[in-house]
Design a protein. Structure first.
Length: 383
């Protein structure tokens, strides 16, 4: 059925229009027309009452949601539950994220994502493998015992996803630089993270095909006066992307603002690093035998170590506005347009343009999510 979205402020990813309607058909944006143009017979009309229509949000780092941890249950059913939970927060596309785990669990997770995409589970666009080729020195809550060296079997496994996109987080100092080039050639998007890499090692990795950084500042060599580290290399580089968790806990608001000021426009991407508590009534869960609790928007171990976040992506958008003094449209780009570009999807997602996938969200004056569309399928939300 053809749908027409009217009486809205349209943010298409670049500009804002007050006199445009969006027509959806066949799961894509069919056309953008003047508000006063005639409405075709049989068209389903959505009057947004002046609310904002924006590109759907894209989250590159989602460990769980809806009471489900992907590592604990790497199944299609888990992916459905995670997608439903995050959709309420404006996320219409995301990468389920598997933190460092066994080969068997990795295989199950990759197979589940491929099957979910074949079954058209709303919102699943690929997988983020956060490990296992990381540096135990910056393990965070990852299990160091499951980290391992990179070998021929690793290349086969990491490039095995048959559907969608693969984002891989690795520590460049523990992976031969030529392997980064090979991963890129095989279509894997490679980010650095959980790493003790020096500035020079990070620069070599960037030259070999590393294109971004996972949760900048967290679990990586810091920027200091005489050793720029991975953070310094990331901020200096004009072309790479930085994922950043804007929950007010992983990164201080002032540090977030400094990052936005230092980094090339279009290269800062909001992520949640969300855990099972998001979109759920549960307040704790098990991770490799440790109890993780949600407290004040963050997830922590018993000793206070951060273990992911307890926020949805629209909350990160709002926080970005507060932390860095940017307008809501730039914050929305950080959670949609720039994320799509970071993984090679800017020709399908991140904008509202004819021919693009119909992934959209309606936001009210308080930036609460009222409706979402995923490939043209509309869902109402309470906000």
């Amino acid at each position: 059925m053809t749908q027409r979205i009217t009486n809205c402020r349209l943010f298409d990813g670049e500009q804002v229009f007050a006199d445009r309607d969006v027509v959806l058909a066949g799961g894509v944006v069919a056309e953008i027309v003047a508000t006063g143009d005639a409405i075709a017979a049989g068209c389903e009309l959505h009057d947004l009452g002046g609310n904002l229509l924006a590109p759907g949000l894209i989250d590159l780092q989602v460990n769980g949601g809806g009471g489900v941890l992907f590592n604990a249950a790497p199944t299609v059913a888990s992916l459905r539950a995670m997608a439903a939970a995050h959709r309420c927060f404006g996320t219409t596309a995301f990468l389920p994220t598997l933190i460092t785990d066994s080969d068997a669990v990795m295989d199950e997770a990759i197979a589940a994502v491929a099957e979910a995409i074949r079954e058209r589970v709303p919102g699943i666009i690929g997988i983020h493998l956060e490990g296992p080729h990381l540096n135990p020195r910056y393990k965070g809550v990852h299990d160091a015992a499951r980290m391992c060296d990179f070998d021929a079997e690793s290349m086969t496994r990491l490039t095995s996803l048959s559907e969608g996109y693969t984002l891989l987080t690795l520590a460049p100092e523990v992976v031969p630089v030529e392997m980064i080039s090979q991963l890129k050639e095989k279509g894997v998007v490679v980010f650095g993270g959980h790493s003790a890499a020096t500035y020079e090692e990070t620069k070599r990795a960037l030259g070999a095909g590393l294109s971004g950084f996972t949760h900048l500042f967290n679990a990586m060599s810091p920027l200091t006066s005489r050793e720029p580290g991975m953070v310094g290399a990331a901020l200096e580089d004009k072309d790479s992307y930085v994922g950043i968790i804007a929950d007010g806990h992983h990164v201080h608001p002032a540090t977030f603002a400094i990052t936005v000021a230092a980094k090339q426009t279009g290269r800062t991407v909001l992520v949640t690093d969300a855990m099972p508590t998001v979109g759920s009534d549960i307040k704790s869960f098990d991770l490799f035998g440790a109890t993780i609790r949600a407290e004040g928007g963050r997830c922590v171990t018993a000793d206070g170590t951060l273990a992911g976040s307890d926020i949805g992506l629209i909350t990160a958008v709002k926080n970005a506005c507060r932390f860095a003094g940017i307008d809501q449209f730039e914050a929305l780009r950080m959670a949609s347009t720039y994320a799509a570009d970071a993984i090679g999807l800017a020709d399908q997602l991140g904008y509202i343009r004819p021919g693009y996938r119909a992934n959209l969200i309606e936001l009210d004056a308080s930036m609460r999510v009222r409706k979402s569309w995923i490939d043209g399928d509309m869902q109402q939300h309470s906000g």
